[in-house]
Design a protein. Structure first.
Lengths: 113, 114
């Protein structure tokens, strides 16, 4: 079973600070997604990265897919309380045609005002 | 309108009972999924249907039986509920089962078995 290791698992920071969340595996993936989940709700897609070395930006969030397509990072600049939530990385196995996503354990982020 | 809806939102029941969770999507998607999220927030795929055909069936006890009456609905029936079945169950859908497509999740059903 392929595993996605997310780190850190918990992060509590002050408003305005920067942070990076990591998603690592020993396996190669065809694509990787980042989702955010708020309490009592389902995960919502933030971004999909497909190409090794790809960088995507979504306002203050920067996502990067590793060159070898085994890892990814999410960087948040000047975090705000509205960024609080559970961040999940999810990857698709190479050659998969079933839509199956493998999820990381998640990173719980708390941004204090 | 809610894209992916689930009922009920909360379900509290006793061990040994049988219960069902219903899911509907109004996005016109071909593929639907059931996930289980445990107390540590780990999200794991259970089943997936594409055009009413079962395409993912992970190692799940056979007490769990999915059923897709049509492309817009995917229900989950659980027999002889056990304490370990307590979790949040999420339904999701996607345009198809191709790589990189977005999955849209429902709000979840929190199941508590006492």
């Amino acid at each position: 079973t392929q595993l996605l290791e997310q780190s850190p698992q918990f992060l509590s920071i002050q408003e305005g600070e920067n942070l990076t969340v990591y998603c690592n595996s020993s396996s190669v993936f065809s694509s990787l997604q980042w989702y955010r989940q708020e309490p009592g709700e389902g995960p919502v897609l933030l971004v999909t990265v497909v190409t090794g070395g790809e960088v995507k930006k979504l306002k203050r969030l920067t996502f990067q897919f590793g060159d070898a397509r085994k890892d990814s990072s999410l960087h948040i600049t000047a975090a705000q309380p509205g960024d609080t939530g559970l961040y999940l990385c999810a990857a698709r196995e190479v050659g998969s045609n079933t839509g199956k996503l493998i999820f990381g354990q998640g990173t719980t982020l708390q941004v204090k005002p | 309108d809610t894209a992916v809806s689930q009922t009920p939102k909360y379900l509290v029941t006793q061990m040994g009972n049988d219960k069902s969770i219903k899911c509907e999507q109004n996005l016109g998607h071909d593929t639907m999924y059931w996930y289980k999220q445990d107390s540590k927030k780990f999200l794991k795929i259970m089943f997936s249907y594409n055009n009413k055909e079962l395409i993912i069936n992970e190692t799940v006890p056979n007490r769990f039986s999915p059923k897709s009456p049509d492309k817009a609905h995917l229900n989950l029936h659980i027999n002889s509920l056990e304490l370990g079945d307590s979790a949040v169950y999420f339904c999701a859908s996607s345009q198809d089962a191709a790589g990189g497509v977005e999955q849209y999740f429902g709000p979840g059903t929190r199941l508590t078995v006492t």
